[in-house]
Write a new protein. Structure first.
Length: 549
């Protein structure tokens, strides 16, 4: 890590696209739009199967489809195919084809912007420049059609990635996009912005975004992407700082002493073996924070309270180590014990050291160097063994600094490995709002209704008089399943908003009680706890049309 922490305004950084040529960027954006070089435009001419394969970093179907298009009698199709082949498939194209496809900026303008090199009549991509966007209202804001520049990925070029590689639109970045609860915020922080994906989304519901990164090249790519998409993002190219501040430095160092209403981060969380004498230039900065084990995630979550204003929230992704014989949640809980923050961790997957090593060695194409691959693989295994690590968890982290007059109301550590609804962000926000409601109201006096996405399942053996298993299932959000007792099933069936929780419980007491062994107080308390959990999980909701009695 570095102590450098300063505003980044350079438009001409070595080995990165130039953002100091605003007129040329405007022309490029117009050319790309006129060409229909958009998410839908690319998918439309490649076809569904080739587009899906491209999303898995498999190029062959798109190569075959685009080769056929290059022979089309339709010049518009040939032009779009040439640009797809140039930037998505990293196949050199002729100067004539690119000049025809992008008549405003032309090959010479692309070279001046640092996007391509030209030689022997051919144009070669220096970066990946691809369409990116989202539909209106899928994340709580309006839609957008953008273009995003990043370094060519491992599947687009030979050899090991450069250590200051600027990552494009990857699985982790889209996961964070889908996870983020889109609340309005005056001042928002994007920690480890990379090529700027999170900032693009934040600009649709936040007034000002501060984006930090330890990599000067990453900030250069972000600045280029912001100015290329200035019109769509409603940015003034002459006064970018009015809505976006780019800061060079490690993690929270560039914003020391400042506070924000929302923080998002896809930090360099990949656990990497440390070696003696290594320097920052030896690390893949897009994924490696330079600390041993999972300390980069631990240090970030432990320091986030400093930059959150009262009521401010943070959402991020992370890895954590699972020591042999321990529960996965033990380590994350230890990080935030007595933090005073609302905390919610969801572990989405857990893998062993071998699979973890394979994933990240392949990610940087280190598996292409046979001799070094075995050595690097062994280093991963030795590193995990030195800390007795048997698994590595990955998941979503949500934190909130409570308002001054109140304490934490959320403390959840749960594992959800099955498919959930995406984007999940609105459901995360709804769950937080339910927790706040429970903390501020008496559940016992509330009138509840069953959520619209909830269904009930009853299972019983043939000939049995009563079901042996009763389940509530959610069809949306986190898609939880809850096993019901007979009395809790009876309670849920009565939740139509007409009676209060207390009244329904009293009716069940009258129906089920009366025996010598019946403990009415324990029955009421236990059922109320179970009902409260159903409210927290979204199975039951307060009926807004009823008043408490």
């Amino acid at each position: 890590m570095t102590d450098t922490a300063s505003s980044f305004t350079s438009g001409n950084t070595a080995d990165a696209p130039r953002s100091d040529l605003p007129e040329l960027l405007t022309v490029l954006a117009a050319d790309l739009r006129n060409l229909s070089y958009t998410v839908d435009g690319v998918a439309g001419i490649l076809g569904a199967s080739a587009s899906e394969a491209l999303g898995r970093d498999q190029l062959i179907p798109a190569l075959l489809a685009s080769e056929r298009l290059m022979n089309s009698q339709d010049p518009a199709l040939r032009s779009l195919a040439a640009v797809i082949r140039l930037w998505l498939l990293a196949v050199p194209q002729s100067v004539a084809d690119i000049d025809s496809a992008l008549p405003g900026v032309r090959s010479a303008g692309l070279a001046e912007l640092g996007l391509v090199t030209i030689g022997s009549g051919m144009v070669q991509a220096k970066v990946d420049l691809r369409p990116y966007g989202w539909d209106a209202n899928t994340d709580g804001s309006g839609g957008a059609e953008l273009w995003v520049a990043s370094d060519l990925a491992a599947h687009q070029q030979p050899g090991v990635l450069r250590h200051d590689h600027v990552l494009g639109i990857g699985r982790a970045s889209t996961t964070l996009v889908q996870t983020t609860f889109r609340k309005h915020s005056k001042r928002t922080l994007d920690v480890g912005t990379g090529c700027g994906i999170q900032t693009f989304h934040l600009l649709h519901h936040c007034e000002h975004v501060t984006a930090t990164d330890i990599s000067e090249r990453a900030l250069a790519f972000t600045r280029f992407n912001l100015l290329l998409n200035a019109a769509e993002l409603e940015l003034d190219p002459r006064n970018l700082e009015a809505r976006v501040s780019l800061r060079l430095g490690s993690l929270l160092e560039p914003v020391a002493g400042e506070q924000f209403g929302l923080v998002v981060s896809n930090p360099p969380f990949v656990i990497t073996p440390r070696t003696g004498g290594e320097t920052a230039s030896d690390q893949f900065t897009y994924r490696d924070g330079g600390l041993p084990g999972d300390e980069i995630v631990a240090s970030l979550v432990q320091s986030l309270a400093e930059v959150l204003e009262p009521g401010g929230m943070a959402q991020m992704l992370g890895n954590w180590e699972v020591v042999s014989g321990a529960d996965w949640k033990d380590r994350p809980q230890a990080w935030l014990r007595d933090s005073g923050l609302d905390v919610w961790f969801i572990q989405r997957e857990q893998v062993g050291p071998e699979q973890y090593a394979e994933t990240w060695l392949q990610d940087a194409s280190q598996n292409r160097e046979d001799g070094q691959y075995q050595e690097a693989y062994a280093a991963y295994l030795d590193d995990f063994a030195s800390r007795n690590v048997e698994g590595i968890g990955f998941g979503m982290i949500w934190l909130r600094r409570p308002e001054q007059e109140s304490g934490p109301v959320i403390h959840r550590f749960e594992e959800i490995t099955y498919p959930i609804e995406q984007p999940i962000g609105p459901h995360v926000g709804a769950a937080v709002e339910r927790a706040d409601w429970v903390a501020a109201h008496s559940v016992e006096t509330a009138h509840l209704v069953v959520a619209e996405d909830v269904t009930e399942e009853r299972h019983q053996r043939p000939g049995a008089a009563h079901p042996g298993v009763i389940l509530l299932r959610q069809g949306a959000g986190l898609r939880r399943t809850n096993l019901l007792s007979t009395e809790l099933a009876g309670f849920v069936s009565a939740c139509d908003g007409q009676l209060s929780v207390r009244q329904i419980i009293s009716a069940l007491v009258s129906l089920l009680g009366g025996g010598e062994d019946f403990d009415e107080e324990a029955f009421r308390d236990g059922l109320l706890r179970e009902v409260t959990n159903l409210v927290l999980d979204g199975f039951l909701l307060p009926d807004p049309e009823q008043v408490s009695v």
